[in-house]
Ligand binder design. Structure first.
Ligand code: IVH
Length: 703
């Protein structure tokens, strides 16, 4: 996407889609439909909510830009797998904001300090905070008209949510009528729908009994229950609980504090967390947080921190809101939860580049709301450093969506392991690949052990999966199972074979109908037209991901130029160092890789012309400006990055004094805190958009 001459601030759809746009829309629809089916029908999601949302947002954006691509069957027209009968969406009366996070006491105190300073107070101990548990569920807005429930929306993107009124009506803690003598004409009540832990356990038990995959955690189970469309399981809805924490509209004048407001919500018949408490000053807030942390394991619902809101509503108004979150509230997150479990085995996995990675197989254990049964151990050194032995009692932890980590072995509990018959032996580093049995080597200076067989089927499978992935050649429908089948049937022996597949080859595969075979051939055919960065990613060159691929493509423009480049020239590109350059040059020096490239071209692979370079198009208005993107953004990050870079800016991963702007989406976390500390300007997406569209204007003016 160049976007350079397009004034992106102008949202009137007027573009005609290119073939690429059409293909992308099709691919997104298929991908989303697949994930919907996994989520709603098989209850076996493969991707995180954030990844799913990013796919949906990209599709919505394309469909809005190109109304000619409208399709009533598009997954955007529904929520959940079954078409046509999905939830409608509706705008929130005012945006449903998120909260900034404090990850530790220091950040909590910094927040209180900022509040005090903004209010012109000397001492953060003069401020009263309402302390509340941070509920880990689904944010919901309920609209009551003259005391009667008329609408319930999910948070959605904060501006628009899904209308789940019918399902919400079944939740016992959501009253159909407010118990108010004189209810306001409109009351907008916000809170969280949660699934209490006891109900979560029994729900999963009954799912297991019916051979259904259990839910990962109460949050997913609650969100899934709320979005049921077909064959609604009413029992599941009745298990849900709504806990109210805000009255956005409809507050009587006499209520002047957050605590007063919570009391009013209780009077009206809503359920408010019984744990809420008034904290006089920041010390009391920190003490409340510590108390809740202690009680965390014995509460009926899952919480992932505490929330503090300036209690005085007039002061809240004075402090005001930022684009994504109020200045008067903070979510003080709990540290990653740790759990004790048993290291039952250490298995070796073969990666795309032949890396043999040890993986810990664990006795399943719940930590931060998720059942964990595997954890990566990264490499042999790590196993040795932590002195991990099969049978060890180990501590594991999980922070947010992050992959579980093994913290340490409980050496003090080895006796128990021995009593249970574990021999507590050390696992030596692998000498052979577990898949093809070729010798494994450890290169000097590297922590990683690799399989030496370039034709190792495990590597080929991984490479093929990678080649088909979204940022690479994006071959829709070429998933893990199919890759396994193709390699095992000997239809793909080297990567380029994928472009030599014929319909007849596929039709012979188990469980492959003629329609799917034809679809796959069509998808492969579409992938033949690609771009240089996509091809570079697809080749699976070590250290070459999206960023590096784009840097290389921008610099060299054509594959021929890149093939002719010296290592020093590649290493001189900003953002690429000698290690990456070495890896690129080595890859293209390898005769078998050159053969593969030649064969790919023979089989019809075409690299599309790159867009004109910014230099050719005009000046770079964001020249020398450094951006950091954080939080959940409404469009995929690579897209923002591309546009910032096209305008001459740079995007880096961490906030420092050199950062000019931090762009904050929802739930931005500690980068925003850091930015505030350093006085770095924080932008929301709209402001970024306006900077970019100014950039676009200027570029096109000069073109
Ligand atoms: S107040 C303007 N209070 O956490 C303030 N939110 O990470 C809006 N949440 O989107 C939210 N417990 O869905 C508030 N006691 C609580 C909460 C709470 C959980 C959720 C809420 C919000 C998210 C932000």
């Amino acid at each position: 996407m160049t976007g350079r001459s397009r004034k992106t601030s102008d949202t009137t759809p007027r573009d005609e889609p290119t073939a690429r746009d059409r293909a992308r829309v099709e691919a997104l629809r298929a991908e989303i439909a697949r994930h919907d089916a996994l989520y709603y029908q098989q209850d076996a999601p493969e991707i995180s909510d954030a990844e799913y949302d990013a796919l949906r947002r990209e599709l919505i954006e394309l469909e809005t830009r190109f109304p000619s691509l409208f399709d009533p069957d598009s997954p955007t027209q529904r929520v959940g797998a079954p078409p046509a009968e999905g939830f409608t969406t509706a705008p929130h009366r005012s945006p449903m904001l998120s909260l900034d996070n404090a990850m530790n006491e220091e950040e909590m105190r910094a927040f209180a300090g900022r509040v005090a300073r903004t209010l012109g107070l000397e001492d953060p101990d003069e401020i009263d905070f309402a302390g509340e548990p941070k509920l880990d569920g689904s944010g919901i807005e309920l609209i009551y008209e003259n005391g009667s429930l008329v609408q319930g929306l999910t948070r959605g993107d904060g501006r628009t949510g899904e209308d789940v009124t019918t399902n919400l009506r079944e939740i016992p803690s959501i009253p159909a009528k407010l118990k108010a003598r004189k209810a306001p004409r409109i009351a907008s009540i916000r809170g969280e729908v949660v699934l209490p832990l006891a109900a979560f356990e029994s729900l999963n038990e009954s799912r297991r009994a019916r051979d259904l995959k259990p839910f990962e955690n109460p949050r997913n189970a609650a969100a899934g229950s709320l979005r049921q469309i077909h064959d609604i399981d009413h029992e599941r809805l009745r298990c849900l609980e709504f806990r109210a924490y805000a009255l956005e509209e409809g507050r009587p004048r006499r209520v002047r504090t957050q605590m007063g407001l919570l009391a009013l919500l209780r009077e009206w018949g809503l359920f408010v967390s019984p744990e809420v408490d008034l904290c006089h000053g920041v010390d009391a807030a920190v003490a409340y947080h510590d108390r809740m942390l202690e009680r965390r394991g014995s509460l009926p619902v899952e919480i992932d921190g505490t929330v503090f809101k300036v209690d005085d509503l007039a002061l809240q108004a004075k402090l005001g809101n930022l684009a994504r979150a109020p200045r008067w509230a903070i979510a003080f997150k709990f540290p990653p939860e740790q759990a004790l479990t048993i290291l039952e085995d250490i298995e070796i996995q073969v990666g795309r580049t032949g890396a043999l990675t040890p993986v810990a197989r664990l006795r399943p254990v719940r930590v931060s709301g998720v059942t964990v049964s595997n954890a990566s151990l990264h490499n042999q050194d790590e196993i040795e450093r932590k002195d991990l032995r099969v049978g060890d009692r180990i501590m594991i932890q999980r922070a947010g969506d992050v992959i579980p980590q093994v913290v340490r072995a409980r050496i003090d509990r080895r006796r128990e392991a021995l009593d249970e018959g574990f021999r507590l032996e050390r696992r030596p580093s692998p000498t052979h690949c577990p898949v093809c049995h070729a010798p494994a080597v450890r290169l000097e200076g590297e922590a990683i052990i690799r399989c030496t067989n370039l034709d190792c089927p495990a590597q080929l499978k991984n490479n093929l999966r990678h080649l088909a992935s979204r940022d690479a050649l994006d071959i829709d429908g070429l998933g893990e199972k199919l890759v396994d089948q193709l390699v095992e049937a000997g239809l793909v022996v080297r990567l380029s074979d994928i472009f030599a597949l014929r319909l007849e080859d596929l039709e012979g595969l188990e469980r492959m109908g003629p329609r799917s075979a034809a679809n796959l051939i069509a998808a492969i055919d579409r992938a033949r037209r690609t771009t240089l960065p996509r091809l570079l990613i697809a080749l699976g060159i070590r250290h070459v991901g999206q960023t590096v691929a784009e840097l290389l493509a921008n610099h060299f423009r054509t594959l021929e130029n890149l093939l002719a480049a010296k290592k020093s020239e590649i290493a001189a590109i900003e953002g690429i160092g000698p290690i990456i350059a070495e890896s690129v040059v080595r890859f293209f020096e390898e005769p078998s890789n050159r053969d593969e490239l030649a064969r790919l071209r023979e089989l019809g692979l075409r690299i599309e012309e790159p867009p004109p370079q910014p230099e050719e198009a005009g000046p770079k208005p964001l020249e020398n400006l450094v951006f950091v993107l954080t939080g959940t953004l409404s469009r995929p990050r690579p897209e923002w990055k591309k546009r910032i870079e096209a305008a001459g800016g740079r995007v880096t991963g961490s906030v420092s004094r050199k950062t000019n702007y931090v762009v904050a989406g929802t739930d931005p976390g500690s980068k925003v805190t850091k930015a505030r500390e350093l006085g770095v300007e924080i932008l929301d997406e709209e402001r970024l958009e306006s900077l970019l569209s100014k950039a676009d204007d200027r570029v096109s003016d000069n073109a």
